[in-house]
Design a protein around this ligand. Structure first.
Ligand code: ADE
Ligand code: ZN
Length: 336
């Protein structure tokens, strides 16, 4: 381990792009399948891992939806989120904004309440026991229609105060942000900040649509924005953060290898890039492993690493006082 590796491990950070269902480790998947009597096509951790061979986003999503079928009870959602938060705390993540996909559960007959109760209890215990701030971002599945997203938002209304935002994920190609204009407008009218996956596999035009039609305050991934110089200039001028996920990009073949990853180009262009894990149980690493891998591949400097961590707090959806506290803790760490 180099000095820079040790520095990265200890560095206070925020994680803004993590799908809680994507933190389902094979061990927990098999244990919950047994606990809940759910049949899976795998007999061992090794056979689960052997299936994790993806050439595009959809290959992963097929396994991701199959994997989440083991989540049935409130306790399952709690255990999943708490396991993630414990790992995050061990990596000096101080603030987490956690995505969840209610339609992936409600469509299997799991009530919204079961999902939100388990995740919320973990979020509160995470703050009390681990000191991690943050909250839950409810995502709509873009391969489903807008009416389904509208019904999901209706279901969420009683728990509006448990949400810090609304997002858009799942199969990007052929499902432009424009499909969800009305439901995003309604979410914004409820005071919920919005984000969307865009420019992961889809074109730069989808990033533009997410800004213009969904009013998003951050872009999840955003790699393909680099194809469009006018869009880059706009993202820089408007200080729109990008939640970048290097190991995800590698595993889903968004980049051919990490040496070609656009993260350094993003920083050099003045974009507010952050580093995140996306679906750590499926892509081979939590947030620290993402920093380590991309640092090594691009030979990022200590200053660039600090910029990424500072950006992660700057881009967070939290009260000014919470944000100032995290930034002060980062500065104190750097002064040590
Ligand atoms: N859902 C979980 N991970 C995702 C990703 N990387 N892109 C789109 N949808 C997702
Ligand atoms: Zn994602």
């Amino acid at each position: 381990m180099t000095d820079l590796d040790a520095f990265i491990a200890k560095l206070p950070k925020a994680e803004l792009h993590i799908h809680v269902e994507g933190s389902l480790e094979p061990e927990m998947m098999l244990a919950l399948a047994r606990r809940n009597g759910v049949a899976l096509p795998y007999a061992s951790v090794e056979s689960v891992q052997a299936a994790y061979c993806f050439t595009q986003l959809q290959d992963f999503l097929d396994l991701y939806y199959q994997g989440m079928s083991v989540l049935i009870e409130e306790q399952d959602f709690y255990d999943l989120a708490m396991a993630y938060l414990r790992r995050a705390a061990a990596q000096n993540v101080r603030h987490c904004e956690i995505f969840f996909d209610p339609q992936g559960h409600m469509d299997r007959g799991i009530p919204f309440r079961t999902v939100i109760d388990g995740l919320w209890r973990a979020r509160c215990d995470g703050e009390r026991e681990l000191g991690i701030t943050g909250g839950l971002i409810m995502c709509f599945l873009r391969h489903l229609d807008e009416a389904s997203a509208e019904r999901t938002l209706d279901e969420a209304l009683p728990w509006r105060e448990r949400l810090i935002g609304v997002g858009l994920d799942s199969s990007e190609k052929g499902h432009p942000p424009s499909k969800f204009q009305r439901v995003f407008a309604r979410a914004r009218n409820l005071g919920l900040p919005t984000v969307a996956h865009a420019g992961e596999e889809g074109p730069a035009a989808y990033v533009r649509e997410a800004l213009d039609l969904l009013g998003v305050r951050r872009i999840d991934h955003g790699n393909r924005a680099l194809d469009d110089p006018t869009l880059i200039a706009r993202l820089v001028a408007e200080k729109i953060p990008l939640t970048v996920c290097p190991l995800s990009n590698l595993r889903l073949c968004v980049v051919p290898d990490l040496e070609e990853h656009p993260l350094r180009r993003m920083l050099q262009a003045g974009l507010m890039a952050t580093v995140n894990s996306d679906d750590p149980a499926y892509f081979g690493g939590y947030v620290t492993e993402n920093y380590l891998a991309v640092q090594r591949a691009l030979d990022l400097t200590r200053d660039e690493i600090v910029t990424l961590a500072r950006n992660s707090f700057q881009a967070a959806f939290c009260d000014k006082s919470v944000k100032q506290g995290h930034l002060a803790a980062l500065d104190a760490f750097l002064a040590e």
